[in-house]
Design a protein around this ligand. Structure first.
Ligand SMILES: CCCCCCCCCCCCCC(=O)CC(=O)SCCNC(=O)CCNC(=O)[C@H](O)C(C)(C)COP(=O)(O)OP(=O)(O)OC[C@H]1O[C@@H](n2cnc3c(N)ncnc32)[C@H](O)[C@@H]1OP(=O)(O)O
Ligand SMILES: NC(=O)C1=CN([C@@H]2O[C@H](COP(=O)(O)OP(=O)(O)OC[C@H]3O[C@@H](n4cnc5c(N)ncnc54)[C@H](O)[C@@H]3O)[C@@H](O)[C@H]2O)C=CC1
Length: 725
């Protein structure tokens, strides 16, 4: 049954029942029409309460129905109009969530009661669409245009206490929202309903409101770089100011269809479901997320309180896990402690503003230099410098001091997890947990399975990721894992583009217009150029270990760009030194300007090496960089390092600033068409046989030969995730 009805004296309670989130599928909508119609006609019923089963009101439209004929049967807005027009008062009892179409349904009711834990919102923008069941017309009529615009354009989930302040709900209760809604329904029987019908409210417009909307458009263009849904949301809200409710609805509908035609909703909805799929990991042994049990993590420790360790401590503390934080000496401990405490104060302040008590919502943090204190922790995350010998020293110590069943995790960004595990007495308990910077903010967690990592360790790390509010993706162990490995060919192309005549700001602009949060050169400046330089020096690609007579632009027979090395040799490490690919206002400055030094340096370099210049063409920049990423993605699939293309896309969407409205690099390749990607790479590689990273991957060729099947069918060609390296 998609909806049920019972009678509580003279109040009919209609309950949406479609687990797990009460999505408003076609069958739910049909059932709502039936139950609501019967309740309206029943003379014993004087008021109606609408709620959801399983203590969840509704997560909105059934996203899986978009693009199918099911969405066209019984429109949600028709149901909303019928509810609003009811002569009997209708009260929404909101428990858990009322999101998207769920909130739109609640807005059509005459009253809304929420429990204190509930969250409401119109998150459609996050899946590439706009609230299209009257939400963009009713919400501004209820809470005003500025507040409604913020809710709709940001798509955030609003806690009940804030929803009450905004006026989205009429009442928030500590206890049972359904009982409170039934009580309210009884109380308001016979009250006039006209003012409660939001579609009848008029919004008065003035020039300030117009300016406000114009400014919102400009801001959204900058903030959401190329995403169409936020702009459509603003246009729909603008319609609520100028048009009648019914004309506004029509505008909302038109905007929905024009968004659909851009392809962005499909990409964002793919990204939404891919994130959910990532949690459903599988192992080559046949074990899966639902066959293996995770161990509970009651206490944890973090070793190293630098950039990453600090954020990891905060993440654990926010998940209410008590943490022991360790540093190498008293001075570093003091610096780390100060940084952690200041971040914790910020978190406590946020919690206070939401009406929560910080001490019961944040795990305690204990700072120490003594590894001996780790004997009882359930899990340790190491975040010391990226140095194999140091990491081995730490893991030897951990192996001897921690209890035998404690999990030992490394936050290495690309070192061999098996080598680290090899120095312990429990390689099965060792696993990579690769957080992204800043670790308390970034949603991505790469969980790296070593050869000997146990299934329990995998289940536990994946579960911990979820508990920390991250999207955890299980990957195999290879140099740099998935995300960073793909960066190699991408940054290589970016560098070659500079050699061939472009400037950092031109490459960055092209990639940012494509939708990246940050172009490659801005990203390198932010991360620090010295990190890659140190690694290239260790590998003998630059510095004293390079054999005499090696051509400047060649290593091991392949093309090599020494540009970044030369910058580092000049002390240009990026933001931290105030100079890198850009110049900054001061060391540590954030605002980069094109640097005449870089321009001059590049011109001299091109002349010295007599490099043929390319005609300017931003499309070529995007193609070369994006296809280089995707090609490496195909290799990663071939190697069994990622289980499926969706996982790679989740990594890029959540860790590397890839525009979600393009789905991810693999989805992008699929939407461009694999034959075209293959053709472009083939031409490039033929002209540049000294750039092996652009040699088309075998899997790409295989899929292109099949005509480029839809991405969900690639898995059958990829096979089991067995690490073949
Ligand atoms: C050609 C075009 C068609 C023509 C159309 C004609 C006219 C257009 C009219 C359109 C009317 C549109 C009405 C509307 O306003 C649109 C919407 O309401 S869109 C939906 C908005 N809602 C959301 O975006 C919420 C998305 N969900 C979430 O944020 C989270 O899932 C949630 C907070 C609800 C729960 O989180 P959590 O507890 O962490 O669980 P999971 O995320 O793992 O989810 C559990 C399970 O549920 C699935 N699911 C969640 N939400 C939906 C949903 N809205 N529809 C379908 N399925 C949903 C999720 O995928 C998980 O299932 P798996 O099987 O594990 O994937
Ligand atoms: N910075 C970044 O963006 C990312 C870094 N990583 C990885 O995370 C790890 C840490 O990197 P960062 O935090 O950037 O380094 P960092 O240099 O900022 O911090 C490292 C910390 O480890 C401490 N430390 C060193 N030896 C120690 C010891 N014996 N005992 C206890 N503490 C010790 C140092 O005092 C320092 O505070 C590295 O493996 C790095 O590759 C992973 C993802 C992103």
């Amino acid at each position: 049954m998609a909806a049920t009805r019972r009678l509580a004296n003279t109040v009919a309670v209609i309950t949406i029942s479609h687990p797990p989130v009460n999505a408003l599928s076609s069958s739910v909508r049909h059932a709502l029409v039936k139950e609501f119609g019967e309740a309206s006609r029943d003379p014993k019923v004087e008021a109606i309460v609408l709620n959801g089963s399983g203590r969840k009101f509704s997560a909105g439209a059934d996203i899986r129905e978009f693009g199918t004929s099911a969405i066209k049967t019984v429109s949600l807005e028709d149901i909303n109009s019928t509810i609003e027009a009811s002569q009997k008062p209708v009260v929404a009892a909101i428990e858990g969530i009322a999101l998207g179409g769920g909130l739109e349904l609640a807005l059509a009711c005459h009253y809304r009661v929420a429990d204190i834990q509930a969250k409401v919102g119109l998150p459609e923008v996050l899946i590439g669409i706009l609230p299209a069941a009257g939400g963009t017309q009713r919400l501004p009529r209820l809470i005003g245009v500025p507040a409604a615009l913020d809710v709709i354009v940001r798509g955030r989930h609003i806690p009940a206490s804030e929803a009450l302040k905004l006026g989205i709900v009429d009442e928030v209760v500590q206890g049972n929202a359904l009982d409170a809604a039934i009580q309210l329904a009884r109380k308001v029987i016979g009250y006039p309903l006209n003012k409660k019908r939001l579609s009848t409210v008029r919004i008065s417009s003035d020039s300030n409101l117009e300016d406000f909307l114009d400014t919102a458009v400009e801001k959204a263009k900058k903030q959401f770089r190329g995403a169409k849904a936020p702009l459509a949301c603003i246009e729909a809200v603008r319609a609520s100011v100028h048009l009648s409710y019914h004309q506004g609805l029509e505008k909302e509908r038109q905007l929905f269809f024009s968004l659909w035609a851009t392809g962005q909703p499909q990409a964002q909805q793919y990204a939404f479901f891919s994130e959910r799929e990532a949690g459903k990991w599988t192992h080559s042994s046949g074990a899966r997320w639902d066959t293996e049990e995770a161990k509970p993590i009651r206490t944890a420790a973090v070793i190293g309180l630098g950039t990453m360790g600090r954020g990891i401590v905060i993440s654990l503390s926010k998940a209410k896990i008590p943490v022991i934080a360790i540093e190498q000496d008293a001075q570093q401990l003091e610096v780390g402690k100060k940084a952690v405490n200041s971040l914790l104060e910020r978190e406590a302040e946020k919690l206070k503003q939401q009406g929560s008590v910080p001490s019961s919502n944040l795990g305690s943090v204990h700072f120490t230099l003594d590894f001996g204190e780790l004997q009882d922790v359930d899990l340790v995350i190491e975040a010391v410098y990226e140095n194999m010998e140091l990491k081995k020293e730490i893991f030897r110590k951990l192996s001897s001091v921690c209890k035998p069943d404690a999990f030992l995790c490394t936050n290495t960004s690309g070192l061999n997890v098996d080598e680290i595990a090899s120095v312990t007495h429990r390689p099965n308990q060792v696993i990579g947990t690769h957080f992204f910077s800043p670790a308390n903010i970034m949603r991505l967690l790469e969980v790296v399975r070593g050869q000997q990592t146990s299934l329990t360790a995998i289940a536990t790390a994946m579960n911990l990721g979820k508990k920390l509010g991250k999207v955890a993706v299980l990957v195999g162990n290879c140099p740099l894992f998935v995300g960073n490995r793909m960066l190699g060919p991408y940054l290589e192309q970016a560098s070659y583009l500079l050699e061939e005549g472009y400037y950092p700001e031109e490459v960055d602009q092209a990639m940012e217009e494509f939708g990246f949060a940050m172009g490659p050169f801005r990203m390198m400046d932010l991360a620090g150029l010295d990190v890659g330089w140190r690694s290239r020096t260790e590998k003998g690609l630059t510095g004293a270990k390079v054999p005499q007579g090696t051509p400047a632009r060649q290593r091991l027979g392949s093309r090599y760009s020494p540009l970044a090395d030369i910058l580092c040799e000049s002390g240009r490490f990026g933001q931290k030194t105030g100079r890198g690919w850009y110049q900054y206002e001061k060391p540590g400055g954030r605002t980069g300007k094109p640097d005449p030094w870089v321009k001059d340096f590049l011109q001299k370099y091109r002349k010295t090496h007599q490099i043929k210049q390319q005609p300017s063409n931003p499309e070529q920049i995007v193609e070369r960089c994006a296809f280089a990423l995707a090609n490496e993605g195909f290799r990663i699939l071939e190697d069994g390092i990622a289980s499926c293309p969706e996982d790679i896309d989740v990594i890029y969407n959540n860790g590397y600033g890839w525009p979600k409205y393009r789905g991810g690099p693999m989805y992008y390749a699929s939407s461009v068409g694999l034959p075209k990607v293959l053709d472009t790479l083939e031409k490039y590689y033929k002209a540049n046989p000294d750039v092996p990273s652009m040699k088309p991957a075998f899997l790409l060729k295989k899929l292109a030969a099949l005509g480029g099947p839809p991405i969900k069918e690639w898995r059958t060609q990829v096979g089991k995730p067995v690490n073949k390296l």
